[in-house]
Design a binder for this molecule. Structure first.
Ligand SMILES: *Cc1c(COP(=O)(O)O)cnc(C)c1O
Length: 425
């Protein structure tokens, strides 16, 4: 299904022309396709259905309420990593008993809030956190279901900064330590250890990385069961890889589904996965207007009005995003063009040497596959306003996060009387 497609020579999101949208919303803005989100969710749900695996959407990939609500409406649960995301998931209509809480540094207040809401499961990542949860559950006099996140000691993930399952990464605990904590939890009146969790990294397209990790998890499960412990849930994390380049491979879903099925048969546990990127990356684009064209040495720069503060993936992870002109210049010669933003950093580059036609100031371009880890990672650096997000369905669109005014952007700040220039005088 092609969601972002040229119709009458102009790029559309479903049936909405991005150039018309740019006139109404003003650039830069993110645009998401509801049909693409649905299509992705259904495809994944179908591929894993034989294993009875449940999906808990990793809210951090795109936490816009409209996006979370759409996925929740299709049956997804949520995987959250902060109180803010937990509140977002609930505000989007996902019931607390379908929400998992992951993350390596949950605070006491966040844990207390999650326990008060009665969420499905808390994934424990350290002994400190484990002790906190035991203590909070006791005080709340509420049963809290926990899973222990174990670190399989595996190299996986598309980039050093998104690998999480190596022995030296900050995530998870060793299987041996997990066993010890599990035993302690089983003796606790209000904490029920239900299983194990893992998340080995992001942007994984080689199914053998998952195969190795699942094996490790199955063996840890067998070992715990032999020692008399009850392991009924396995949370396999996210990390399903997508294709940002045309010549890149997506994670082969059928193989992934088959792995889940064999893990389900082998362990007879309730499986959960936490996909983020796979569901939303391709369902969104960043639409931006050309500010200037300039040549620097032999590099041709297209300076646009979106920047690293709006989409930081290229700067942070050397990530590749395709760039498409909104007006289709059929037959036009393409020039390698480096698309950069107005921020005062040399690293403010959205794409190196993208093949683009001869653009002029005022033309629109879109940065593709920007639905995941785009808007959520944006900031107000350089006094720039957070960009709006638009959701399209068919020929309808809605601004699902509006652009704040400059006054709103400054409203949380204040100048103490004793530090103002007048006080000094
Ligand atoms: C980030 C994260 C995910 C989602 O990862 P994707 O690569 O977006 O699928 C899932 N689970 C945990 C614990 C995470 O930290």
């Amino acid at each position: 299904m092609s969601t972002f497609d040229y119709q009458n020579g102009r790029l559309h999101a479903e049936s909405v022309c991005l150039s018309d949208l740019a006139d109404q919303v003003d650039t830069p803005f993110y645009c998401y396709s509801a049909s693409a989100l649905e299509h992705r969710y259904r495809r994944l749900a179908e591929a894993i259905s034989a294993s009875g695996t449940t999906i808990a959407y990793a809210v951090k990939a795109n936490s816009n309420l409209a996006v979370v609500s759409l996925l929740g409406g299709l049956g997804s649960g949520a995987d959250v990593v902060s109180e803010g995301e937990l509140r977002r998931a609930m505000a989007a209509g996902i019931p607390a008993d379908r929400i998992l809480f992951s993350g390596v540094g949950k605070s006491v207040d966040e844990l207390a809030f999650a326990i008060g809401e009665g969420i499905h499961q808390i994934n424990i990542e350290s002994e400190t956190e484990f002790d906190r949860v035991l203590d909070l559950a006791q005080r709340a006099v509420r049963t809290v279901r926990i899973a222990l996140r174990i670190n399989p000691g595996i190299e996986a993930g598309g980039h050093d900064k998104i690998s999480t399952g190596r022995k030296t990464d900050k995530f998870g605990i060793s299987a041996g330590h997990a066993l010890e904590l599990y035993r302690r939890a089983e003796k606790h009146a209000f904490v029920e250890p239900v299983g194990l969790a893992m998340h080995i990294g992001s942007q994984i397209s080689d199914v053998s990385a998952f195969a190795g990790a699942f094996d490790y998890l199955a063996e840890a499960t067998d070992d715990m069961r032999r020692k008399g412990l009850t392991v009924s849930r396995l949370d396999l994390g996210g990390g399903l890889g997508v294709a940002y380049h045309d010549d890149e491979q997506e994670l082969p879903l059928e193989d992934y589904g088959a792995l889940l099925k064999s893990l389900a048969l082998r362990t007879d546990a309730q499986l959960t996965i936490e996909p983020g990127r796979w569901l939303v990356a391709g369902a969104g684009v960043l639409v931006t207007r050309v500010n200037a064209i300039k040549q620097a040495g032999d590099r041709r720069f297209v300076i646009v009005d979106a920047a690293m503060n709006d989409l930081i993936r290229p700067t942070l992870y050397d990530a590749h995003h395709p760039v498409w002109p909104v007006d289709n210049h059929e037959d036009a010669a393409l020039h390698p063009s480096t698309v950069a933003g107005p921020v005062c950093e040399s690293g403010d580059i959205l794409a190196f040497d993208a093949p683009l036609p001869g653009l002029a100031a005022g033309d629109l371009v879109t940065v593709g596959h920007a639905g995941a880890y785009g808007a959520v990672m944006s900031s107000g650096y350089n006094g720039r306003l957070l960009v709006p997000e638009v959701l399209v369905r068919g020929d309808d669109f809605a601004v699902v996060r509006r652009r704040p005014s400059h006054d709103e952007a400054m409203a949380l700040e204040s100048i103490p009387e004793w530090s103002s220039a007048t006080a000094a005088a």
